[in-house]
Unconditional design. Structure first.
Length: 228
């Protein structure tokens, strides 16, 4: 086999692999409605944080974090400053930012470790601060190989339930990363840095599909309903 044949075979194999990956990660299209209605649950640590070592990084937990949200966008990173710790970012939306009827008014993208939303029309469907407080770019750190494989298979449009910790990290060469501790900030430093221990993809059922009493009972059973 000559060099041209080898190169052609390699390129064909790479093309098939990319096509298969794109197919596996194709977006899903849930129905209209609030498919992830609850706010993230952030809980203070009961004891002094215990530092965890992951490769060259020392991670310090700041709070326990539990979030059920719609995947608005996802971006993989391989060669930037923190890709050895954070191979993937998820743009997540909940409440009104999980509803097709709101999301259709925005163009959503990711890049450079940021999540961006751009209105398609001058008038927003919801106030700007509501957009900020119901969506976030999350730097996800897989706790183990199994969690990493689950995160790698997430698709835009899915509703995902993530549990773990918000963490700060310092690498042995001085590189660092700090988590946001509030959902109301924006700009540099506003991303959550989450050590993900468990990943569950949930069936997207919009609130408009379920009678109100039944919706409340369902949320209460799942532990997602909190008193006003």
């Amino acid at each position: 086999m000559d060099l041209r044949a080898v190169l052609f075979t390699a390129l064909a194999a790479a093309g098939l692999w990319q096509a298969n990956t794109r197919w596996q990660l194709r977006p899903v299209h849930p129905r209209d409605g609030l498919i992830a209605p609850a706010d993230p649950l952030q809980t203070d640590l009961e004891a002094a944080p215990v530092t965890t070592t992951m490769g060259r990084w020392q991670l310090t937990p700041r709070a326990r974090y539990d979030i059920t949200a719609r995947v608005l966008s996802r971006e993989d990173y391989h060669f930037d400053l923190i890709s050895d710790l954070v191979p993937e970012d998820l743009a997540l939306g909940w409440g009104p930012m999980s509803d097709n009827r709101v999301l259709s008014a925005f163009t959503i993208s990711q890049g450079g470790r940021f999540y961006m939303w751009m209105p398609k029309q001058p008038e927003l469907p919801i106030p700007r601060q509501v957009v900020i407080e119901h969506s976030a770019n999350t730097h996800v750190i897989p706790a183990n190989r199994a969690t990493r494989r689950q995160l790698e298979r997430l698709r835009v449009g899915q509703v995902v339930h993530l549990t773990g910790f918000l963490v700060d990290g310092v690498r042995d060469d001085g590189a660092y990363i700090h988590t946001s501790m509030t959902r109301s900030d924006t700009g540099p430093g506003a991303c959550e840095v989450m050590l993900v221990e468990q990943v569950d993809v949930e069936q997207a059922v919009s609130r408009s599909e379920v009678p109100e009493p039944q919706a409340a009972a369902t949320l209460a059973k799942r532990g997602r309903l909190r008193a006003p």
